[in-house]
Design a protein around this ligand. Structure first.
Ligand code: ZN
Length: 282
């Protein structure tokens, strides 16, 4: 695996190698490193995973691209640092990309249950009234997004959705993030993490969850785990992650971290995930 700084402008296409580029690596309230949102790039296709409130600034400043170039988005859950920029992205696509630039409609990878929650509880207020047709109908989710559905792979021991998106294989698994310590996961709010191309585990937002790690730890070549520095009710903490065996820690990058991470010791881990760098899994 190589970690490279992009040229002046990040290419949203490559030779077919799996690549992950973090436009941000910070926690929700962090003032440094923007919020943890990232691109999965492979061949002619890309998926933007999450687009928080810092996304509209973070995206151009780290990629050199305009956010209107984003073709596909996958939201993991409804906190502002993960979906707070999606209205911006969708309106930009509809009123600049599709009209002035002849770009295709934005795609969203989302299952039916989370689509309902995302539209009804967050997006609808700012989006549905922008247009009304002759029949008096306002805009709907499908007017803004071409919907790509993952299929349910299993519900035991964990809900996992699966999708092959133009050669990018995704397992989208439920995490334990909200409310505080919502064990078992069935009682929590809808929150997801990802296992990409049968090789890369990205925790999404979660508490320290040994049952989840047990599903993926042997199959994952690399892991990106969210973390707070001290015990926290909705995220894994560094003290908890330090309890993992050495062979797990050495393939685990820490992401979604608060400001001034260099003041904390992560000896034994693969490192802090670097904002604005290309992780190329060759
Ligand atoms: Zn969250």
């Amino acid at each position: 695996m190589k970690i490279l700084k992009p040229d002046e402008k990040l290419s949203l296409q490559n030779d077919g190698t799996l690549e992950i580029f973090f436009i941000g690596t910070g926690a929700a309230f962090a003032q440094q490193h923007y919020q943890t949102n990232f691109l999965i790039i492979k061949g002619n296709h890309h998926i933007l995973v999450d687009f928080g409130t810092t996304g509209p600034i973070a995206f151009p400043s780290t990629t050199g691209c305009n956010a209107v170039e984003v073709q596909t988005i996958l939201p993991t859950h409804s906190h502002f640092d993960h979906i707070g920029g999606i209205e911006y992205l969708a309106l930009l696509n509809r009123y600049v990309g599709m009209t002035a630039m002849q770009r295709p409609k934005l795609q969203m990878i989302i299952n039916e249950q989370y689509q309902r929650v995302l539209w009804e509880m967050t997006l609808r207020g700012g989006m549905e009234w922008n247009e009304v047709n002759r029949e008096g109908e306002r805009l709907s989710f499908g007017d803004f997004f071409d919907i790509v559905r993952p299929t349910l792979k299993t519900q035991e021991p964990r809900e996992i959705w699966e999708l092959d998106f133009h050669g990018i294989h995704l397992e989208i698994f439920r995490t334990n993030h909200l409310p505080k310590q919502p064990f078992p996961w069935q009682q929590g709010f809808i929150t997801y993490g990802l296992f990409v191309d049968h090789r890369v585990f990205i925790s999404g937002d979660t508490v320290f969850d040994q049952e989840l790690l047990d599903i993926y730890v042997d199959r994952a070549e690399y892991m990106f785990h969210d973390s707070q520095f001290f015990p926290n009710p909705v995220h894994a903490s560094l003290p908890e992650l330090r309890t993992l065996p050495e062979h797990v820690r050495e393939k685990m990058f820490i992401v979604h971290y608060p400001d001034n991470p260099e003041q904390h010791d992560i000896t034994g881990f693969a490192g802090w995930t670097k904002q604005g760098h290309r992780y190329i899994f060759d």
